[in-house]
Write a protein that binds this ligand. Structure first.
Ligand code: GLC
Ligand code: CA
Length: 803
């Protein structure tokens, strides 16, 4: 059973290692749709209605055929209620007559194969049904000898949701309800399983109401085996997985910007109770980890990245009790929580800084970086802050300057002082002891400063660049190793550093498997292909697919076997990915390109990070004036560049509309209602006006939406180990429109092909791929010899490749 449990979806495996599986899919397993089909066909003939229904593919789940009402719409005759009743009864009689002729051998072969596999893997199997036709079908299923228990619930007096059938099944298997996994295709059944305290897998393409989101979902029952035992791709030997299997490599992370996620108390600002209210949504998406942007006490100069108390929750977001509840609720759903760790700097309102400033001779002075003025009385050097102005602020009282790489309200901590490190590590322990699962570490590559010499003058000509002295400084690895030894090694956690100015080689130092520092590093080279980091406030934002391929391939190849990638298209500091690298000119293109972009990046080797709203393909806004902008970075840049006469206001707004991180911070649109259902009050920030058509409700309701595609993408990655651990190999390397690569692990290989352009392009599958299985396709199928505009395809092949 161990291999089975290890192959089980992480989220389920942590909650339970099921010993029994209870199917509420009697009809699906027997593929009774063909009998419904015959019976409705007869009915249609009788009422002289056209009949063009096609039978769903085998084992779909939710496969019941359309109803009498639809047939009658096509009929030239009118029928009274009594006649309708008769037609329905006749249909059912015909259906039962056909069922009665069914033999055990007629059972769907794919279902048989799957059930046999599950039995061989050691599961006990039961099937139950409380439908009126149950006795007919169950008799056949019993005769297959594949089930340890068959429960006929057609006689049970019912009140919904009623777990009676499932409880009887568990009992018949000799198991506790909590040891059983229910496989269901109907909402009522899911509700019943929940009432019985059982975990559930939902079958079918459609949307599940959030109150009973399944623990895992498959589109087709035969995929169940892949959820439970990775069929077809036998687990690769551990030796093929450098650094070994870990939960965080297999996980998908969802980033929440709490201020803009969901407001539960009507004050217009998102909060912790708002997140709790939406956990079923995240569970439905299938993500494993939630990363929260800072929620600590903070004056909010940089929306929480200026912390005044690391151990308290900002009142606006809620209380520590709310936090504890959120953490417990996540864990109850098998999800984990990662917090933001902001320790390059604090707020100037932090007691340490207040003391440091007040008393130059006191013990806290050296918690921060103070320097005497330059001989001319000016700042100690030419560094500009990342958010405009000098990186130094003068303190009249003591006659010294303090360093702040960001705003003056964010003084840099002095990591050279061992007491600073003690405090930071102690604080990390405080959160781990509460049960959190990891940290995302803000600008962590800046914590060690090499020296304080002038930097080269930046492109804007205004200031010197601090990066050569501050990024990847001489003691940064020593500090992180110490952090690992003193804190991280004691927990089963995940860590990801935000690493400005990091190369793949450096990432292998920060996050190398054998380094005992961090688990992953966020890189900035991908965000720079359109100049987003190095030419931030210019209009020069051309990008080419060749650059994306070059950057990503270098990261994939350099880290292979040595370190683990963190895969992201955006976050709270970036504009919206679909506006940036996709196409928002029509709704269809927006959806296709959003799906393609996710496929291309998230199936590379590394842990995917989804930024809130990208799963519904939210877009950039059109801001018309600087007063619509809240972000301190954008506002300061606007003021500074304007004052220096470097850009005109119109040009600056155009740049902001392409590049500003403001776009990421507009509230989540949950529905088409007022303020997108984000708040009942006045939202702290205006919503993107397109919320009437781009919103969660719409995306949940449409089975072909970006949301449901993301969900499938996550499920497919989870089901195929090759997509997590496989080696990356670029193919079609010089193609200007297509990004195609393979993943290879053991005898299994996957191919991912994505057209980044808005025109169809010729694309022949490499020869040894023509017979492969398509496991994901944003057009729903595979084209012939071409990739359509923004098409994305994922194929898998389990044959050993002939070399
Ligand atoms: C990081 C954060 C950003 C913040 C800055 C200063 O880059 O992601 O939002 O403004 O650090 O803390
Ligand atoms: Ca609120």
């Amino acid at each position: 059973m161990t291999s089975v449990a290890s192959g089980l979806s992480q989220r389920l495996a942590r909650r339970l290692a099921p010993r029994g599986i209870i199917f509420d899919l009697d009809g699906v397993l027997c593929f009774t749709d063909r009998f419904h089909y015959e019976a409705w066909l007869d009915c249609a003939r009788e009422v002289e209605a056209p009949f063009d229904w096609t039978i769903n593919d085998r084992l779909r789940g939710v496969s019941r055929m359309e109803s009498l009402e639809i047939i009658l719409e096509g009929s030239p005759h009118d029928y009274s209620d009594a006649e309708k009743e008769r037609l329905a009864t006749e249909k059912n009689e015909r259906y039962r007559a056909l069922l009665a002729q069914m033999t055990p051998e007629d059972m769907d072969p794919a279902a048989r194969a799957m059930l046999r596999g599950l039995r061989e893997a050691g599961f006990k199997l039961a099937v139950g049904s409380s439908s009126k036709n149950a006795p007919y079908i169950l008799e056949r299923l019993q005769a297959t000898d594949l089930f340890d228990a068959v429960i006929d619930g057609s006689q049970i007096e019912r009140s919904k949701p009623d777990p009676e059938v499932f409880l009887r099944a568990a009992d018949a298997l000799g198991l506790e309800p909590g040891e059983c996994l229910v496989v269901e295709d109907a909402v009522a059944g899911l509700e019943a399983a929940r009432a019985g305290g059982m975990a559930c897998v939902g079958v079918g393409r459609g949307a599940w109401p959030l109150h009973c989101a399944p623990d895992a979902r498959v589109e087709d029952v035969s995929e169940l085996a892949s959820l439970l035992e990775r069929p077809g791709s036998p687990a690769a030997p551990e030796a093929e997985i450098p650094g070994g299997r870990t939960w965080w490599k297999e996980a998908v992370v969802y980033q929440i910007y709490p201020r803009s996620f969901y407001d539960a108390n009507g004050d217009g600002i998102g909060d912790l109770r708002g997140i709790i209210a939406k956990l079923d949504y995240l569970s439905a998406l299938g993500v494993d980890v939630v990363w929260l942007n800072p929620i600590y006490r903070s004056p909010g100069v940089d929306n929480g990245y200026d912390i005044s108390d690391y151990r308290s929750i900002l009142d606006t977001f809620g209380t520590m009790d709310d936090f504890d509840e959120l953490l417990a609720a996540l864990h109850a759903r098998g999800m984990r929580l990662v917090m933001d760790l902001v320790v390059n700097h604090t707020s100037d309102q932090h007691p340490w800084f207040i003391a440091s400033k007040q008393n130059p001779a006191g013990e806290f002075r050296d918690f921060y970086i103070w320097r005497d003025p330059a001989p001319d009385g000016g700042a100690p050097n030419n560094w500009g802050s990342c958010f405009g102005g000098s990186a130094w602020t003068f303190d009249e009282a003591s006659g010294q300057y303090y360093l702040h790489l960001f705003t003056p309200e964010q003084p840099d901590l002095n990591w050279e002082n061992p007491r600073v490190r003690d405090e930071v590590f102690d604080m990390m322990d405080f959160w781990f002891k509460k049960g959190i699962d990891g940290f995302r570490m803000d600008v962590i590559s800046l914590i060690s400063k090499a020296g304080f010499e002038d930097g080269p003058v930046r492109a804007d000509g205004l200031w010197g660049d601090y990066e050569p002295q501050c990024a990847n400084g001489p003691r940064v690895h020593e500090y992180l190793h110490e952090m690992h030894e003193r804190v991280l090694t004691h927990y089963d956690d995940m860590t990801v550093g935000e690493n400005a100015a990091v190369t793949p080689e450096l990432a292998c130092l920060y996050a190398g498997f054998d380094r005992e520092e961090l688990d992953m590093a966020f890189q900035f080279e991908l965000m720079d292909v359109d100049g987003g980091e190095s030419r931030k406030w210019t209009r020069d934002w051309d990008w080419s697919l060749a650059d994306i391929k070059r950057v990503m391939t270098r990261w994939q190849e350099t880290l292979e076997g040595r370190a683990w990638n963190a895969l992201f298209w955006g976050n709270h500091d970036q504009p919206r990915v679909v506006s940036r690298f996709g196409d928002t000119s029509t709704d269809a293109r927006r959806k296709l390109s959003a799906k393609m972009l996710a496929t291309c990046l998230y199936l590379m080797q590394g842990t995917p990070y989804i930024f809130q709203g990208d799963e519904i393909a939210m877009t950039n806004c059109v801001f018309t004036g600087i007063d619509e902008i809240d972000d301190v970075h954008t506002r300061n840049a606007f003021a500074e560049l304007m004052e220096a006469g470097l850009v005109e206001p119109d040009e600056m707004m155009e740049i902001i509309n392409y590049r500003s991180r403001e776009h990421a911070r507009t509230p989540m649109p949950w529905s088409a209602e007022t303020n997108g259902g984000f708040t009942e009050g006045t939202p702290w920030h205006a919503l993107n006006p397109n919320y009437d058509k781009i919103n969660v409700e719409e995306s949940l309701a449409d089975a072909d939406s970006v949301f449901h595609y993301y969900r499938r993408l996550i499920a497919v990655r989870r089901a195929h180990e090759v997509l997590v651990y496989g080696r990356y190999r670029l193919i079609a390397s010089t193609d200007e429109h297509v990004y195609a690569y393979e993943r290879l692990l053991g005898g299994t290989r996957a191919l991912i092909a994505c057209n980044f352009g808005g025109e169809a392009v010729a694309f022949d599958l490499p020869e040894d791929w023509t017979g492969a299985r398509t496991i994901l396709a944003n057009y729903g199928n595979r084209g012939d010899g071409e990739l359509r505009p923004f098409e994305a395809l994922v194929l898998i092949c389990e044959d050993e490749r002939k070399e």
